[in-house]
Write a protein that binds this ligand. Structure first.
Ligand code: GLA
Length: 411
């Protein structure tokens, strides 16, 4: 046991993280930006515009469609929710009067009545990206609206925000490190992990496999410098889950869920919950993959084999006689024109001792297929190979390896 812990401390040591009691596992919920951006025209698009009606409908669907039971709990408002000007006398932010006629407090009450939480968006500049009021006053003023806005959000009952504030525990999400990275700077992740529950550090996700792949590669490239800052209370945020839209195939959708689970990343869906087909819903609600994402250790898993055939691994619960269990993802980035079922090229074939090279290993593992109801596939000795057929074009297989012992023989 001591060896295991020592090895993991070396590989996955977590720097000190924000301990406001929140985000002890990666936050799960829904966020409007990727799908709805800044649609303001409620006359033409009453169901798609940024409005209280949209967020109330999402809250309803999170409950009625089983997402809340699967762990999704935050309904997050993004940009474009406020009036263009602050309230002239109090200087407080006010929600757009036409699109949020009942105000944010009433929306928070509604969301809370469903047993969910409400998040909101702000910006550390004078204006948000879409031109709405930010936290700075401008004109060289040394003061800002940080405290005033923090108090406003707390009084409304907001549960998730980029900036923390007194009197109410608020999940603290930082988007600004992404701008440092895009300017070629290296963010101070130790400080960020100490001050933020989650933070973005890469491009905005869009609805395509190319976008998802670029994020996966960015995380793989930086995994050794990132992993030590990721853990309970402090999470790298590779951006929203786009499953349920039109840009990803069924297989690629499984891949996004699988990799975000390996990263221990927030699972914030951005999709139209009224129109998610059963197939995709099944992926979003996969309790075995979600359990890997929510694993209490909160390790950021790593890519141990790169290239067209990628292998990813993350140590997870349960510990069996001091040995970790593991989530393993095989990701096939090849594109091929031949029928994949006859192609040996689709049979990934890696020895467990190579995949688990850096870890203390048990002698035998039960292997469960996480996209097939956690079916027990086989029992493997650590000397054997994990052979799985993986289709092309961004398909994955995801398994959980649990050490086998006389007194432990299940998932
Ligand atoms: C930035 C963020 C996005 C979204 C927009 C809103 O681009 O990265 O996620 O919040 O701002 O304007």
């Amino acid at each position: 046991m001591a060896t295991v812990v020592f090895l993991l401390v070396c590989i996955f040591a977590v720097a000190s993280s924000l301990d406001n009691g929140l985000g002890r596992t990666p936050p799960m919920g829904w966020l409007s930006w990727m799908r709805y951006a800044c649609e303001l025209d409620c006359d033409t698009y009453p169901d798609q515009c940024i409005s209280e009606r949209l967020y109330m409908k999402i809250a309803d669907l999170l409950v009625s469609e089983g997402y809340k039971d699967a762990g999704y709990q935050y309904v997050n408002i993004d940009d474009c929710w406020s009036e263009k000007e602050r309230e002239p006398e109090t200087l407080k932010l006010i929600a757009d009067r036409k699109r949020f006629p009942s105000g944010i407090k009433a929306l928070a009450d509604y969301v809370h009545s469903k047993g969910l939480k409400l998040g909101i968006y702000t910006d550390m500049g004078t204006k948000t990206c879409a031109g709405y009021p930010g936290l700075l006053i401008g004109n060289g003023s040394a003061t800002d609206y940080i405290l005033l806005d923090a108090e406003t959000y707390a009084s409304w009952g907001i549960d998730s925000l980029k900036y923390d504030c007194p009197g109410r525990p608020i999940l603290y999400s930082c988007s600004w490190p992404a701008y440092q990275v895009s300017e070629g700077k290296t963010p101070d992740y130790a400080s960020i992990a100490y001050h933020c529950n989650l933070w973005r550090n890469f491009d905005d996700i869009i609805d395509s496999w190319q976008s998802v792949s670029s994020i996966i590669d960015f995380y793989a490239k930086n995994q050794d410098s990132f992993a030590k800052y990721n853990g309970p209370g402090a999470w790298f945020d590779p951006d929203m889950i786009i499953v349920g839209n039109t840009g990803l195939s069924y297989e690629q959708s499984k891949a996004q869920m699988a990799l975000w689970a390996i990263f221990s990343a927030p699972l914030l869906m951005s999709n139209d919950l009224t129109a998610v087909s059963e197939q995709f819903k099944h992926i979003l609600l996969n309790k075995h993959v979600i359990a890997i994402n929510q694993d209490p250790f909160g390790f950021m898993g790593k890519r141990v084999i790169a290239g067209n055939e990628q292998v990813w691994v993350k140590p997870v619960y349960p510990l069996v006689n001091g040995s970790y269990s593991f989530a393993i993802v095989y990701l096939n980035q090849r594109t091929l024109g031949i029928p994949t079922f006859v192609s040996q090229i689709c049979n990934f074939n890696y020895s467990l001792s190579r995949i688990l090279d850096k870890f203390e290993k048990a002698d035998f593992y039960n292997v469960y297929d996480l996209f097939a109801d956690a079916k027990l596939l086989f029992k493997l000795s650590v000397q054997e190979k994990l052979v799985l057929h993986v289709n092309t074009s961004g398909s994955v297989r995801m398994v959980k390896l649990v050490p086998v012992s006389a007194d432990h023989n299940s998932l």
